[in-house]
Design a protein around this ligand. Structure first.
Ligand SMILES: Nc1ncnc2c1ncn2[C@@H]1O[C@H](COP(=O)(O)OP(=O)(O)OP(=O)(O)O)[C@@H](O)[C@H]1O
Ligand SMILES: [Mg+2]
Length: 574
């Protein structure tokens, strides 16, 4: 039995607190199929989220099998299936891959055959078997909703909550889905709650709850609905509701409520006695829910899925390859005129008089060359920060709702974040390595050792990727995250001090936060001494010691990850 007792859900609107749900009382026995209906904005989704544990009640209590969910612990993730109003599948996967991914994340299977049997069973159950190889992108609205249902059925939940899974469908598809939900409620004493504003097919439900401005106006058998509202057909209920105050409706229903629930409870007890079930009608052998897989299994499932989506997303793949190959070429293009001189200089070891003469010439060139090497490295650094923001700005914000849904289904935030770090780490490594090696091969940047230079380029890309991942985890939308990340990159060049020295105080204040500065400055300090001096002559900006540069970049990397960690733990359904 699911029971809500005097539940309020209040939000703060400025000074005022508004009850989105007002003194909700209801009981739903095992094996029951219930509709929540009501005009748009009456609070249906809010009520469903409250039952799912996404919204937390401001007052009152919710009970499951007699257990108070707020004090005695929530339902296990596998016990609840929540099908939200939005699609929970990735466009670039197929129907079968989406269900497989749901199984990998939510159900511990022991053998491969068990895994495949489960996927097959769920696809058959939802009538998606024939569409298993079809990409989600091309599914119709009804097929997408079936898929969302299928992905929730993998755990065989005892409580299945569906939000508008029939909205926008033609009458035939709508009826098919309501029938499917009905059949699901006949199995394993499962409670199925379907939120809808459609008043068609009501006869398939065991009960209908009518919500009006956050209050219960009626809850009972569908055939008694017309009589209760004194209308000829269900479609007239909404206009009728509007004729009286919501509080009036609530007060009227309160008078009838006791009788209805009394009858409901005695019927449930009778069924339980017949089927030999536990006190509230749920057979004891159904009590065990599917076990959630361990963190490692979830990590690989998430990483595998991310790589697959990356490989399938033509646009993203093209952009990544274009950036990977194009940016290093861009650096070289800009430095082309001076490259010969840098190379000549870094290779020349003066031994003869002529060569000493050459060296003198070189010293004369030093100023120009110092500027050139500094600019070359700064260009590398800036393009790598741009890659970093492109890597991760949308990474979490772009799939936030799906992630929230998966978190509710038992995906651990730390595991999710770890899968992102692994995926992005791979990208960062390839980008930085190629940038450093390619530019070095052609330009021969006169560095004392290539390794620290490579590490500094890797770290600036990693730090920016990590900071933008933090932004992505905190942002409300993917666009907001992108915009903030672009601003952050935009500030790197002017505030780095590599082009123009900043006023002293401004420099000291901003420098700690500018990753590009630390990478550039570290690279300048690890140049061959002659070049190091040349750079010193062309810039007035203080060049930090190499170990300090490493330390600050690692700190930036860690700070980004910390913010991302806080962000993924937050609940963000809006
Ligand atoms: N977190 C929130 N903060 C502020 N207002 C909210 C919040 N959640 C819901 N609302 C408001 O509460 C009301 C009920 O919203 P809800 O989404 O539950 O309606 P609904 O009955 O599901 O509507 P629809 O049929 O259009 O989906 C709406 O006016 C909505 O704007
Ligand atoms: Mg809704």
């Amino acid at each position: 039995m699911l029971e809500l007792r005097d539940v309020n859900f209040t939000i703060q609107k400025g000074e005022e607190s508004v009850n989105l749900l007002d003194r909700i009382n209801l009981k739903v026995p095992a094996g029951h199929f219930m509709a929540i209906v009501g005009p748009s904005g009456c609070g249906k989704s809010t009520l469903l989220k409250l039952i799912a544990g996404i919204n937390v009640e401001s007052e009152g209590t919710i009970h499951w099998q007699g257990r108070n969910l707020s004090t005695e612990g929530d339902l296990e993730p596998a016990e609840i299936g929540y099908v939200p109003q939005f699609s929970i599948a990735y466009d670039h996967l197929t129907v079968e891959e989406s269900v497989e991914s749901a199984v990998r994340l939510r159900v511990k299977t022991r053998r491969r055959s068990e895994f495949h049997d489960l996927v097959d069973r769920v696809l058959m159950q939802t009538g998606l078997d024939a569409l298993r190889n079809r990409p989600v992108k091309v599914l119709s609205g009804g097929q997408k909703r079936r898929l969302s249902l299928a992905m929730e059925l993998v755990t065989d939940p005892v409580l299945l909550l569906a939000d508008e899974v029939t909205s926008g469908l033609d009458p035939k598809s709508e009826r098919e889905i309501v029938k499917l939900l009905y059949e699901l409620s006949r199995k394993h004493s499962r409670i199925v709650v379907n939120v809808t504003h459609s008043l068609a097919n009501l006869e398939l439900y065991d009960s209908v709850l009518v919500l009006h401005e956050g209050r219960v106006a009626y809850h009972g058998q569908p055939r008694a609905l017309d009589h209760y509202f004194s209308v000829d057909e269900a479609e007239e209920v909404y206009p009728r509701l509007a004729k009286r105050d919501a509080e009036d409706w609530r007060a009227s229903w309160e008078k009838h409520r006791g009788d209805y629930y009394e009858a409901l409870e005695s019927a449930a007890k009778a069924t339980a006695a017949e089927t030999g079930a536990a006190g509230d009608g749920i057979p004891l052998d159904q009590a065990a829910a599917a076990a959630t897989p361990g963190a490692v299994a979830q990590f690989f499932a998430l990483l595998f899925r991310r790589c697959r989506i990356f490989a399938r997303d033509g646009g993203q793949l093209f952009l990544q390859i274009a950036i990977l190959l194009g940016f290093p070429v861009l650096v070289i293009l800009f430095a082309l005129d001076g490259v010969g001189e840098v190379r000549r200089l870094s290779e020349a070891v003066p031994t003869t008089v002529e060569e000493f003469q050459l060296e003198k010439e070189i010293v004369e060139h030093n100023l120009n060359l110092g500027g050139l090497v500094s600019g070359l490295v700064m260009f590398q650094v800036i393009l790598l920060t741009l890659m970093g923001s492109n890597n991760s700005a949308r990474e979490i914000a772009g799939e936030r709702l799906i992630f929230e849904k998966e978190k509710l289904g038992g995906v651990r935030p730390a595991t999710y974040l770890a899968s992102k770090v692994a995926f992005l780490g791979g990208l960062v490594f390839v980008q930085s390595f190629w940038m450093a090696v390619f530019v070095q091969k052609i330009c021969h940047i006169p560095t004392q050792s290539f390794v620290p230079q490579l590490a500094l380029l890797f770290l600036v890309n990693a730090a920016m990727t990590s900071i933008c991942l933090g932004i992505s985890s905190m942002a409300k939308t993917a666009d907001q995250a992108s915009l903030l990340s672009v601003y952050l990159v935009g500030f790197q060049l002017p505030l780095s001090g590599a082009v123009l020295a900043l006023p002293k105080v401004a420099g000291w204040l901003t420098r700690p936060f500018i990753s590009a500065y630390w990478s550039w400055s570290g690279a300048m300090n690890s140049l061959e001494p002659g070049f190091r001096n040349a750079v010193d002559k062309v810039t007035e900006t203080w060049l930090a010691p190499v170990p300090l540069c490493f330390a600050v970049l690692i700190l930036h990397l860690a700070a980004g990850l910390f913010v991302a960690w806080i962000g993924v733990k937050k609940s963000r359904w809006e």
